[in-house]
Design a protein around this ligand. Structure first.
Ligand code: F6P
Length: 528
C-alpha cells in the first residue's frame, strides 16, 4: 500500500482521469440501490490493484465467510458477530457458533412487530385505557445512536406517534424528554444490551419514578425493554411479555436491526421497518456475492486504508448533503472509532501501522460554513465522504437542486483546487499593486488534490437508509481485517467507567480515594 501511495503522491487526482481512460468506469459502481463514486480518491488504478491484492493477502474473503458463517470472530469475547441475521428475509439459516439462530430471530421479530404495530394502531392501550401518544427511547451508544438516526432520517414520513430520546446521564436530558408529557399516554422503552449501563439505568429509574408518580404501580405497565439480559429487565419491573431480547452476538453499535429499533418500528410502521431491514439485507448480499473489485464496502475500506496508511491521513470528514442525515457522523463515530480505534491486533500484538482515523462531520451545506475552510486550505489533508440524495420534494421549489449544486461543487473544488497563477491573473486584471498581490494571492490559492468519495441515493427511503448503514458496517469490518484487529470489542471504554464508579461516592462525600494531584484537587473542589 505504501509503495502504491508513493507512486500516487506525485500525481494529481484530476490528472489521473486523462491518464486512465477507464478510471471512472472502474471506480464507480452501484450497490443495493446506492451509487458510489470513488474516482476522486488519490489512488491510481495501479494503486487500486495493489490495494485489492492487499485485501486478498489479508484474507478479506475468508474473514467475510467466517463472519457470515457465524464463527466466533469476536475472539476476545468468544462471540460470533451476526447482525446480518437480524435483517435476513424469512427462512434464512444463520448459525452462531454452530447453533441455529434464524428461527429465534424471526420469533422475536414477530413479537416485536405485534407490539410495535399494536402501539402504533392503538390496539395496545395504556394503563389508563388510552392510546399511547409518545414513546421515549432511553439508551446510549449503540442503544441510542442508530434509532435516533433512523428517526431523524425518516421523520418526514407520516405517523402520529411522537418519539423522543434520552441518553445522557446529565439530568437535563431525561427532564427534557419527559417535559410536557402525560404519563397516561407515554410509553418508555429502555434499551440496553447489558442492562447495567449507568446512564441508561439512571434515566430509566427516573422515567419509572415519573410514571409511578403519575399512575401509581400501574405506571410499570408503560415500560418496555430491549436487552440481551432479559432477566435484568424483568427485575427492573418490566413485564416479561414486554421485554424483547437479542443475543450477545449482536454488537451494540451493530444492533439497530434488532429490537433496539422497536420505537422506530412503532413510529414508522412495520412495512417501513421491514423495508429498512430489506435495504440492509440487499447490501449484505452485495457484500457477500460481489468480487472485491466491484464490492462497495471493500472499496470504501481500501480507500480509507490507502488514505490512513499510504498517505498518513489521520482524520476523515463525513458530510451528508441531507439535513435528515445530519446524525450520520455521530453514528459513524461510534461505529468506526469504537470498532477500529485500537492499537493491538486480535492476537494481542502491537499494530504496526495507524488504525482508525478520527471521524467528524455535519450536514452540508451547514458544514461549509464551519469546517470546510480547513478542508480546502488547512495544513492537513482530510478525505471526505459526501452523501447525496438525488430527489426530494421537501421544502421550497429549487431547494434540492441548490443543495446538489453545493455537493458537487465542494467535491470538485476539493479535487481541482485553484492555482496561484490563476489567482494572480485574476487579481492583476483587477489592477492590484504588486505588494497587495503578493500578499493576497497565496491566501486565495486552493491546493486542491484533496480526495473524496461520493455516495448517492435516489431518495432517502427506508431501503436506502438500511443499505447505507449496512455499507458502513461492512466497510468498518473490512478495515478491521486489513488492520488485523478485532472490530467487535471495546475494552477501551472500560477504564473510565471503573474510575467513574470509584469517584462517584467520593464526590458524594461517602468515600475517600487516592488520585493523582490534579484529579484529587478537582474532587476536593467539586465536593466542597
Ligand atoms: O460505550 C460502551 C458501550 O458498551 C457501547 O459499546 C454500547 O453501545 C453502549 O455502551 C451502551 O451499552 P448498553 O446497550 O449495554 O447499555
Amino acid at each position: 500500500m505504501t509503495g502504491a501511495a508513493r507512486a500516487a503522491r506525485g500525481r494529481r487526482i484530476v490528472d489521473m482521469f486523462g491518464a486512465e481512460p477507464d478510471r471512472l468506469e472502474r471506480l464507480t459502481l452501484d450497490a443495493a440501490g446506492l451509487h458510489l463514486d470513488l474516482s476522486k480518491q488519490a489512488w491510481t488504478l495501479e494503486g487500486l490493484d495493489a490495494a485489492l491484492a492487499l485485501a486478498r493477502a489479508c484474507g478479506v474473503e475468508e474473514a467475510r465467510a467466517r463472519l457470515f458463517g457465524g464463527e466466533r470472530v469476536n475472539r476476545s469475547e468468544g462471540r460470533a458477530v451476526l447482525h446480518p441475521a437480524l435483517r435476513a428475509p424469512e427462512g434464512a439459516r444463520f448459525r452462531a457458533g454452530g447453533e441455529a439462530v434464524s428461527g429465534d430471530v424471526e420469533a422475536v421479530r414477530d413479537a416485536m412487530r405485534d407490539f410495535a404495530e399494536g402501539v402504533r394502531t392503538g390496539a395496545v392501550l395504556s394503563a389508563a385505557g388510552r392510546p399511547f401518544r409518545t414513546i421515549i427511547n432511553i439508551g446510549i451508544g449503540g442503544s441510542d445512536l442508530g434509532p435516533r438516526l433512523v428517526h431523524e432520517a425518516l421523520r418526514a414520513l407520516d405517523g402520529w406517534l411522537e418519539l423522543r430520546f434520552a441518553s445522557n446521564v446529565d439530568g437535563h436530558d431525561i427532564a427534557a424528554a419527559l417535559h410536557g408529557l402525560d404519563p397516561a399516554e407515554t410509553l418508555v422503552v429502555v434499551v440496553s444490551k447489558t442492562f447495567t449501563t449507568q446512564e441508561t439505568m439512571a434515566n430509566a429509574a427516573a422515567a419509572r419514578d415519573w410514571l409511578r408518580a403519575g399512575l401509581g404501580k400501574r405506571g410499570d405497565q408503560h415500560l418496555a425493554a430491549v436487552s440481551a439480559a432479559p432477566e435484568a429487565a424483568a427485575k427492573f419491573g418490566v413485564s416479561p411479555d414486554r421485554v424483547f431480547a437479542f443475543r450477545d452476538w449482536v454488537g451494540g453499535r451493530f444492533s439497530v436491526w434488532s429490537p433496539v429499533g422497536l420505537s422506530c418500528a412503532a413510529r414508522f410502521g412495520w412495512a417501513r421497518w421491514s423495508a429498512f431491514l430489506d435495504g440492509a439485507a440487499a447490501m449484505d448480499r452485495h457484500f457477500v456475492e460481489t468480487p472485491l473489485e466491484r464490492n462497495a464496502p471493500v472499496l470504501m475500506a481500501l480507500a480509507q486504508v490507502f488514505n490512513a496508511n499510504g498517505l498518513g491521513r489521520r482524520a476523515r470528514a463525513v458530510v451528508p448533503y441531507a439535513q435528515r442525515l445530519r446524525l450520520l457522523p455521530a453514528f459513524l463515530q461510534q461505529l468506526e472509532m469504537e470498532s477500529n480505534g485500537k492499537s493491538v491486533t486480535a492476537d494481542g500484538k502491537p499494530v504496526p501501522r495507524p488504525t482508525a482515523p478520527a471521524v467528524f462531520g455535519d450536514a452540508g451545506t451547514n458544514g461549509q460554513h464551519a469546517f470546510f475552510q480547513l478542508l480546502h486550505q488547512g495544513t492537513d489533508v482530510i478525505p471526505v465522504d459526501f452523501i447525496g440524495v438525488a430527489r426530494s420534494e421537501e421544502g421550497p421549489e429549487g431547494a434540492q437542486t441548490k443543495l446538489l449544486a453545493n455537493l458537487l461543487a465542494q467535491a470538485e473544488a476539493l479535487m481541482i483546487g485553484r492555482s496561484e497563477a490563476e489567482v494572480r491573473r485574476e487579481l492583476e486584471a483587477k489592477g492590484l499593486d504588486r505588494v497587495t498581490l503578493d500578499e493576497l494571492a497565496p491566501q486565495r490559492t486552493f491546493p486542491g488534490d484533496r480526495p473524496s468519495t461520493l455516495i448517492l441515493m435516489e431518495r432517502l427511503t427506508p431501503e436506502a437508509l438500511g443499505a447505507l448503514l449496512a455499507l458502513y458496517e461492512h466497510k468498518t469490518f473490512v478495515e478491521g481485517v486489513l488492520w488485523g484487529i478485532n472490530s467487535f470489542d471495546q475494552w477501551g471504554v472500560e477504564l473510565g467507567k471503573v474510575l467513574a464508579g470509584r469517584i462517584l461516592p467520593e464526590l458524594e462525600g461517602a468515600a475517600e480515594g487516592a488520585h493523582d494531584p490534579s484529579t484529587a484537587a478537582l474532587i476536593a473542589r467539586l465536593r466542597g
